[in-house]
Design a protein around this ligand. Structure first.
Ligand SMILES: [Zn+2]
Length: 611
C-alpha cells in the first residue's frame, strides 16, 4: 500500500530506482474477515456464473512480505520489480538476483514468462538481523516485513544478499502455445518444476467448506511457521472460469483474501493524550507501553471518544487488552486490571488543547469539536499533512515534523501558502540532513498539476474521500464543472446521498474556501482536466445487466457500455433498461422476463452502439 510504513523504510533510496511499468497490472485482493463472508463470496460466484457444480478452489497462505514481479525472456531472468501501485513499480533486478529462491534461468523453453511472488524475511533471520543492528547502534526494524522491504531497496545489492531474503512464487503468466496450463494448481506445480520456491502448504479444495476447514487449521498452525502470514488466499482453480469472471476496478472476482482474526495483547496505558484532527474532532488516544502485535510494534491506540473512556472505565496506569487487525488502527478492548482505583477519572477537556477555544459537541455525534477551524494549529497541521499525503497532492517529504514547523513559525496558514514559500523561507526550518530547502522547494513546485481526483480529495470536503473524489472527477471532468454543480446533479452520482451532496455545496459556497481556491490558482496550482473517454453518449441514462456467455468477457462488454455513456449493474430490477443475454443466461433472464425488462442479444447490442 502506498501509505504503509514499509514505504518509509529506506525511503532515501526511493527515487533512485528506475520505474518499471508492469505489462499486466498487479491487482490487489478483496479482503474477507469471516467464514460467512467466504460462503457468500462463493455462493455469489456460483449464482452469477450459473455454475451447477461447485467450482474447485486453491487455498494458499498469505505471506506477509513484499509483492514482486519477475520477468523471464527466452528462459532467462531479465527484470524484476516491486509491485508499486500495481501499475508502476521499481526496477530492483540487481537486488532480486541475490535471492537464492529466485532462479536465474528456467529449464522450460518459453519466450516470455512473468512470475509473481512474495519476498519475505524468515523470522529467525529477522531476529538475528535486529540483534546485529542493536549491537551496531543501527535502526531496529519493527517487523519482518519492514526488514524485508528495507533490505530489498538497498542501493548496494551486496547488503541485500547478506539479508538472506526468501520468496514464495504464487502466480505465473506464460506467453507460449507450447505449454498449456489450465489451472492455478497446475501452474504452481509447473513453477515448482522450474526451480521456484512454492509454499508447500497450498491445498486444492473441492468446495468452500473444505477451504474454510483449511483457514481454521492454519489460524492456529501459522504460529509455528518461521515466516509471517496474515491470512489465506482463496482462488478459483480453473483458468477458464477465472477468465470468465474477470476483474472489478480493484480486484479479481475469482479470488479473495481471508484475514485471520486479529490478535489481542495485554499492555499498560502510560498516558492519555487528546488529539485534534483535521475536521476539528477532538479524540482521546491511549499512549501504550510498546507491544508487538499482528506483525508490528504498537504504541498508541485510539479511544474513539470521551464516552468510550467512561464505558471502558479506563485510566492512566491500567492494564488493558488491545487488538489490531491488518489495516485498522489499534483499539483498546477492555481494562483487565485497574492500577489505582483512587485516581480521579479522566475527564473530557472543555477547551481545545491546541488553541484553547471552547469545545462544542457536534450534532448527532458523540465527538467534541474545536470550532476554530481556520486558526487552530493542530487542525491546520493535520489539514496540511493531509493535503500533502500520497492520495492527495502527494508532496514527497512534507511529513508531520516539517508541517509542524511550517505552521508553528507562521509560514503556512492554508494549503495555498505552501506554494508561496521561497527557498529562503524553507531555510528557516530545521530540516534533516538529506532534505535541503532547495529539494523541498522543488517537490512543492512540481506538485502543482495533480490529476483532478487527487485535487478534490486534497480539499478535505467532509464525507468526500478518495473514492467519491474519483467519482466526482469522472462525472464533472473539470474543477469548474464541479464548483458549478447543483444538488440534483450530485445526487445522481452512485453513492452520493444528501449528506455528501450538501457538504459539497456548502464547501464551494464558503467564501473562505473560495479565497483559498483563488490563491491556489494564482500560484498555478491547477488540476488537470479529465479527458472524456466516452466514445459516444448513445447509452446515457441506461442501465444494463449482462448475463450468460457472450463472444468476449463480460468486462469487455461492460467497458463498451461505459464507453458509450451507459452503466452496468449486477442485478435486474425495474430500473434496468436492458438485459444483454448470451448463451445459457440463467436466473437474471427469467427475472427480466418477469419484470418486463427488455432482453437483447449481442447482435442487437452491437447495432445499438453502431459497431
Ligand atoms: Zn483548536
Amino acid at each position: 500500500m502506498p501509505d504503509s510504513p514499509t514505504n518509509k523504510v529506506g525511503s532515501s533510496a526511493e527515487k533512485k530506482f528506475a520505474q518499471h511499468k508492469h505489462k499486466v497490472r498487479l491487482y490487489s485482493l478483496d479482503n474477507t474477515y469471516s467464514y460467512r463472508d467466504l460462503e457468500l463470496w462463493y455462493e455469489r460466484l456460483q449464482k452469477n456464473y450459473s455454475l451447477d457444480t461447485p467450482p474447485e478452489l486453491v487455498c494458499e497462505l498469505k505471506i506477509d512480505g513484499l509483492a514482486i514481479s519477475l520477468n523471464y525472456e527466452q528462459s532467462n531472468f531479465v527484470l524484476g520489480a516491486t509491485r508499486g501501485d500495481g501499475v508502476v513499480g521499481e526496477n530492483i533486478t540487481n537486488n532480486l538476483k541475490t535471492i537464492k529462491a529466485i532462479p536465474s534461468k528456467i529449464s522450460a523453453n518459453i519466450a516470455s514468462l512473468e512470475v509473481r511472488g512474495e519476498v519475505f524475511m524468515p523470522v529467525d533471520v529477522f531476529e538475528r538481523l535486529n540483534d546485529i543492528q542493536k549491537q551496531n547502534n543501527a535502526k531496529v526494524f519493527a517487523n519482518p516485513r519492514n526488514a524485508a522491504a528495507g533490505s530489498l531497496r538497498q542501493l548496494d545489492p551486496e547488503i541485500t544478499r547478506e539479508r538472506m531474503l526468501s520468496m514464495f512464487a504464487y502466480y505465473g503468466r506464460i506467453d507460449s502455445d507450447e505449454v498449456s496450463i489450465k489451472s492455478h494448481s497446475e501452474m504452481l506445480e509447473f513453477l515448482k518444476s522450474q526451480g521456484f520456491n512454492i509454499n508447500p502448504n497450498y491445498k486444492v479444495c473441492k468446495d468452500i467448506d473444505e477451504a474454510i476447514k483449511y483457514c481454521k487449521l492454519w489460524d492456529d498452525k501459522r504460529k509455528k511457521l518461521d515466516y509471517a502470514t496474515d491470512g489465506v488466499v482463496i482462488k478459483i482453480n480453473s483458468f477458464e472460469l477465472q477468465n470468465e469472471m474477470g476483474f472489478t476496478a480493484r480486484a479479481p472476482r475469482w479470488a479473495t483474501a481471508y484475514k485471520f482474526p486479529p490478535e489481542e495483547m495485554s499492555t499498560i496505558v502510560e498516558d492519555i493524550e487528546v488529539n485534534v484532527g483535521r475536521s476539528g474532532a477532538v479524540t482521546p488516544v491511549a499512549v501504550l507501553q510498546p507491544v508487538f502485535i499482528s506483525g508490528s510494534t504498537v504504541q498508541r491506540a485510539t479511544l474513539h471518544n470521551f464516552d468510550e473512556i467512561k464505558r471502558l472505565n479506563i485510566n492512566i496506569g491500567d492494564r488493558v487488552l488491545i487488538k489490531k487487525a491488518a489495516e485498522i488502527i489499534p483499539k483498546v478492548i477492555c481494562v483487565t486490571e485497574h492500577a489505582n482505583n483512587k485516581l480521579t477519572p479522566f475527564e473530557a477537556p472543555q477547551y481545545c488543547p491546541s488553541c484553547g477555544t471552547k469545545l462544542v459537541p457536534a450534532e448527532g455525534e458523540v465527538n467534541l469539536y474545536c470550532p476554530n477551524s481556520r486558526n487552530c494549529p493542530e487542525q491546520l497541521k493535520a489539514k496540511i499533512e493531509y493535503w500533502a499525503s500520497k492520495d492527495c497532492m502527494d508532496i514527497d517529504g512534507i511529513g508531520g515534523n516539517i508541517v509542524s514547523q511550517m505552521v508553528d513559525t507562521g509560514l503556512v496558514k492554508t494549503p495555498a501558502d505552501l506554494y508561496g514559500l521561497t527557498i529562503d523561507d524553507l531555510k528557516k526550518l530545521n530540516l534533516v540532513a538529506d532534505k535541503s530547502a532547495q529539494n523541498l522547494y522543488n517537490v512543492i513546485q512540481s506538485s502543482k498539476r495533480p490529476v483532478l481526483s487527487r485535487f478534490i480529495n486534497s480539499l478535505g470536503i467532509r464525507h468526500v474521500g478518495k473514492e467519491m473524489s474519483e467519482q466526482l472527477a469522472n462525472k464533472f471532468l473539470t474543477l469548474q464543472n464541479l464548483i458549478k454543480s447543483d444538488y440534483n446533479e450530485l445526487l445522481a452520482i452512485d453513492g452520493c446521498g444528501d449528506k455528501i451532496a450538501s457538504s459539497i455545496i456548502e464547501f464551494f459556497s464558503d467564501s473562505y474556501n473560495n479565497d483559498i481556491l483563488e490563491q491556489l490558482e494564482k500560484y498555478g496550482v491547477v488540476p488537470q482536466d479529465v479527458e472524456d473517454k466516452r466514445i459516444s453518449k448513445i447509452l446515457e441514462g441506461m442501465t444494463f445487466v449482462i448475463t450468460g456467455t457472450l463472444s468476449d468477457t463480460r468486462d469487455k462488454f461492460s467497458a463498451m457500455i461505459k464507453a458509450n455513456g451507459g452503466k452496468t449493474s449486477s442485478s435486474v430490477s425495474k430500473n434496468t433498461s436492458y438485459v444483454l443475454a448470451g448463451d445459457n443466461p440463467g436466473s437474471k433472464y427469467d427475472k427480466a422476463a418477469a419484470l418486463g425488462v427488455k432482453i437483447i442479444n449481442e447482435n442487437e447490442f452491437k447495432k445499438m452502439i453502431g459497431s
